[in-house]
Design a protein. Structure first.
Length: 216
């Protein structure tokens, strides 16, 4: 089984020390940096294994700084269809990791935020557990079933990431569900709560986005 891979994207990271804590917790993950997100890692004095993108948002000094310290630079042309975060995720999947965690994928431009959330389906299709994490929440998708671990009373919101999600079953939640359906434009899955330290979510078809807000 492969190692854990961290991707650092260029969205909002209010507390870079949050990443340092997660790096220590993960015990030597492979770190991939999406272009200008290298600014966060330089502040932390963390050297990524790879920096990937068209290098339009990273200054030359920072790029040279990491190159001299052993980072592999994977440069792509500016005229490309993929976002830098997508390129980082595609490369991460090729490493056959155990799991992938994406930081800095939220905040900032809403178009990039939505694009990053949609990338969770790419990890699912590749059979790699892929999550977006920041200081306030954790996002992942369910396409079959999952047992989530948290704290009693923790807020968990569910949204369809496909036009329709069918056969939704929730166990261990304040508002349970059996064989439910969620459709775009009907966000009735907001602000559910765990009744126990864990809960079960299963679906029959579609992609269900799970947003676990950090405990109060």
């Amino acid at each position: 089984m492969g190692r854990t891979v961290f991707i650092v994207s260029g969205g909002t990271i209010n507390d870079p020390e949050f990443i340092r804590h997660k790096v220590v917790e993960a015990q030597n993950p492979v770190i991939i940096c999406a272009d200008g997100a290298a600014r966060y890692l330089r502040v932390l004095d963390i050297v990524p294994a790879f920096i990937i993108g068209d290098m339009d948002s990273i200054d030359t000094d920072t790029l040279e700084y990491f190159y001299q310290r052993g980072s592999t630079i994977l440069r792509h042309p500016g005229e490309k269809d993929e976002t830098d975060t997508q390129l980082a995720l595609e490369y991460a999947i090729k490493l056959q990791p155990r799991d992938i965690f994406i930081f800095g994928a939220l905040g900032g431009r809403i178009d990039h935020t939505l694009a990053n959330i949609s990338l969770l389906t790419m990890g699912d299709k590749a059979g790699v557990e892929t999550r977006i994490i920041d200081e306030t929440c954790e996002l992942f998708i369910v396409s079959r079933s999952v047992t989530i671990e948290g704290q009693k009373g923790q807020t968990v919101s569910l949204l369809p990431l496909s036009s329709e999600v069918t056969g939704i079953t929730l166990e261990g939640f304040e508002y349970p569900l059996s064989d439910g359906v969620m459709k775009l434009g009907m966000p009735y899955g907001i602000s559910n709560r765990l009744m126990f330290p864990n809960g079960m979510i299963s679906i029959q078809s579609g992609y269900l986005l799970v947003i676990m807000n950090s405990p109060d």
